[in-house]
Design a protein around this ligand. Sequence first.
Ligand SMILES: O=C([O-])CC(=O)C(=O)O
Ligand SMILES: [Mg+2]
Length: 591
Amino acid sequence: MMRSSLRRVAHRARAAYEINASAIRACHSDRSDEMVMTSQRRLGVIHDPALNRGTAFSTDERERLLLRGLVPPRQQPLHHQVKRVMETYMTQRTNLDKFQFLSLLMDRNTVLFYRCLVDHFEQLAPIVYTPVVGEACLKFHAIYRRTRGMYFSLLDRPHFRTMVYNWPIDDVDVIVVTDGSRVLSLGDLGCNSMNIPIGKLSLYVSAAGISPSRTLPIVLDVGTDNLQLRENPLYLGLNRPRLRGKAYYDLLDEWMSAIRHRWPNTLIQFEDFASEAAEKLLDRYRVSSAPCFNDDIQSTGSIAIAALLSSLRAREKSMRDIKDDRIVCVGAGSAGVGVCEGLVQAMQYYGMAKQDAYRNFYLLDENGLLGRGRPLIGNRVNFSRDDLQDGMSLVDVVKAVKPTILLGLSGVGGLFTEDVVREMAKHVEKPVIFPMSNPSVSSECTPEQAFNWTDGRAVVATGSPFENVTLKDGSIGYTNQANNVYSFPGLGLAVTVARISCVTDEMFLAAGRHVAQLSSDEEVRKGILFPPVTQLRDVSAEIAAAVVFVARAAGLVRRRLPDMAWESHDSMVQYMKSQMWEPKYGHLVAK
Ligand SMILES: O=C([O-])CC(=O)C(=O)O
Ligand SMILES: [Mg+2]
C-alpha cells in the first residue's frame, strides 16, 4: 500500500516533469516571458546554456530541477550577475582575453551573455564584432575551446542532407554562412572564419531580438589558400587548396538544397565570400523560393545609402540633390561595386535616369581608375569611364573630378592619404569621407586624419567604431559607424516575423532611406549621421517596419500579421518590438 502510494507520488512527480518534445523545443526557442519547461535535471540544467541561470535559480527551480546544493545558496537577480560579469570583464588584459571571456560566458549562460551585450553594447560590440572579431579569427585555431554552429566540409559530401539533422533545433530563423575566403579585409582565413557568423548572429539577437536558439552559424570548409594556416598543425580546417570552379558551385548547390530541405523558410545571410563567388552566389540564389542576401554587398549598400542621404541633410541639401554628388570609390570588389549599385538605385529613386546616375561614379581598384578600354567583369562595366584615362591614380582622379564624396571599400588601410584628402577639401565646403573597410586597421583613413586634413570640415563615417575627435577649436568632430549592423538585424527581424519569402534590393533601399531619417536636423548638422548604437534595438524595429511594408507591396509576406500592426508605420514598429526576444529569465518550472 505504502509502496504503491509512493509509486503514485513518484509517478505524478515524473508526469509533472515529463516533457514532450514540443515543450523542450519551446524552452529552446520561444520568447523568454512564456512559461518554459525542460526534461533536464541537476547538472543537465546547469550545463545547458539555454537553461542555465547561474546563481539566479529561484527556490522553486532549485527544488524541482534537483539543483539544491549544486549552486551557492544566495539567489542573485540578473542585474547583479551583470554587474559581477562586467567587473571581471574589466580585469581582462587584452582584447583577445575579453573576446575569450565573452565567448565562455556565451557558452555558459545565454540570457546573461545577451543581457550584458544589450546593456553594454557600445563597450562589448567592438569585441564580439569588428574590430576584435577579426583578431579572434586570425587566432581561432590557437584559442579554440568548444564547438558552436556547424561545419560542412568537402569531406562531408554527399551527406549534407542527413547532416542537417544533426542540428537539434527544428526552427531556425537565421543562418549566417561563410566560406572564409575574405574575412573582413583580412583575406582567406579558411575554417578560422567561424567567429564571423557567430559574431553576426549575436548582433541579430542583441540588436533585433532574434531568438538565440533559432540562429545557426555555419562555415563551409572547401580548403584554404592560406599556406601559413594550412601548414600549422593547430589549424582545424582541411589541409588542401581551396576548391574552385564547377566543383565549388556544385558543393554550394548541395548545401543550399540540404538547408532548404530541413529549413525551407530560414533567412540565409552570405558573409565574407571573396568577390567573384559572392556575386555569383547572390545571382544564383536570390530569386530562389526562399530568402537570402549577401551582407557585404547588400546590407553594406543600404548603410552607404543611409550615410549618403544623411550627409545630404548634414550639407543642408535635399535628397534630390543626390544627383549632383560626384562619388569616387576605392575598391571595385563585390562590396565596392555592390554598394555603388545600391547608390545608383537611391539616385533612381530620387528621380535620376539610371544611365545618368552611373555617370556620377568613379571606381578604382588596385590598378587605378576603371577607365577607357579596360576589360571588366560583371556590373563593373556600368561604372567604366570613357572620359578619363584607365589606371589614373586616386589623387589624379580627385584632382580631375573634384568629388563631393570619397568612399573607401578597398580593404586597404591608409589609402586616403593626406594629399588625397587635402586635394578633395580644396574644392568642396564639406567633404564627405566614408572609409568603410573593416576592421579598423583596414580603414582607408582615420576620422582624426579626415578632420585634421580638412580643418574639421569633413563629414565622416567609418565601418569600424572610432572615438569622436576633439578639433583644434575645441569642438567635437563626430565619427559615425557606417556599418551594416544598422541594417541586417532589422531586415532579419522583418523576414522572421512576417515570413518574407524573398529579400529584394528595394528592401535594402527602404532600410537605408529610413536610417537616414532617424537623426534630428540638429544632430545631423553637427555631423551625427546615425542614431547611437545604444539605440540599435529601436533602429532595428524601425527598419523591420519599413522593410515589411515594402515586402507587402511586392506580395512577399507569407504570415498573417494582426490588422492593427498594418495601420501605420508606428504601429508596425510597436508590433516588431513586441516580437523581439528579450534577454531575461522566464519560468523554468510551472508555478
Ligand atoms: O563585419 C563588418 O563589420 C562589416 C562587414 O560585413 C565586413 O566588413 O565584412
Ligand atoms: Mg562581412
